[in-house]
Design a protein around this ligand. Structure first.
Ligand SMILES: N[C@@H](CCC(=O)N[C@@H](CS)C(=O)NCC(=O)O)C(=O)O
Length: 193
């Protein structure tokens, strides 16, 4: 298997950590620069017309989108399904991640995302709301175990901290969750910094 991705993408990092959890080592992580390197971009496009990382190549099968890749891997390695509540938490994590990636790419495109504009405001409002719900979920014990949703939450928070996109330190539960899991050896190995 080959995982096409980048070291900085939170959507890719979650799968690298999921592979560790599955104890699957017979895969190659292909680190691409999809914005600046035209060969890397072509390789991604050839395998995933949506032109986003991650993509997973398993023999003749190519799978796009981290959520679908997760489902593919959990079926392949006969893992239990997520509960509906965990699926919802994953949807919230993905929605916040998508909004923050949009804001990040807008900033890199030279736009001031702190301006009072409908699109920017919608993303900020969504992130604010989701982070408070996720903080409550941590407080309720939903992320006590290092399961896939917990891996995804960690990757979101650590990417947000790395890119300085949102200060979640006032949300004590999220800050503590982030701090505690930063000491995990496998997490350290995938640190994009
Ligand atoms: N829903 C996708 C989102 C993946 C995604 O947004 N990846 C970003 C990198 S973190 C990307 O490749 N962006 C390229 C672009 O937007 O052109 C997933 O879960 O895999």
């Amino acid at each position: 298997m080959q995982l096409l991705g980048s070291t900085t993408s939170p959507f890719v990092r979650r799968l690298r950590l999921y592979f560790v959890q599955l104890k699957v080592t017979d895969f190659e992580f292909v680190n691409l620069d999809i914005f600046a390197n035209s060969d890397d971009r072509q390789l991604l496009t050839d395998n995933n017309p949506a032109q986003k990382v991650p993509a997973l190549i398993d023999n003749d099968q190519c799978i796009y989108d981290s959520r679908v890749i997760f489902r593919y891997l959990s079926q392949k390695y006969q893992q239990p399904s997520l509960t509906w509540s965990q699926e919802n938490l994953l949807t919230l994590i993905d929605a916040a991640n998508d909004s923050l990636i949009s804001l990040f790419l807008l900033k890199r495109s030279g736009l001031d995302t702190s301006e009072d504009r409908l699109f920017f405001n919608l993303q900020h409002e969504r992130v604010e709301k989701i982070f408070s719900v996720l903080a409550q979920a941590v407080n309720d014990g939903e992320f006590k175990q290092w399961h896939y949703p917990a891996i995804c939450l960690y990757c979101l928070l650590d990417w947000v901290a790395f890119r300085q996109l949102y200060d979640f330190n006032s949300l004590i539960d999220l800050a503590e969750f982030h701090q505690t899991n930063t000491n995990n050896a496998e997490v350290k190995k995938t640190d994009p910094r």
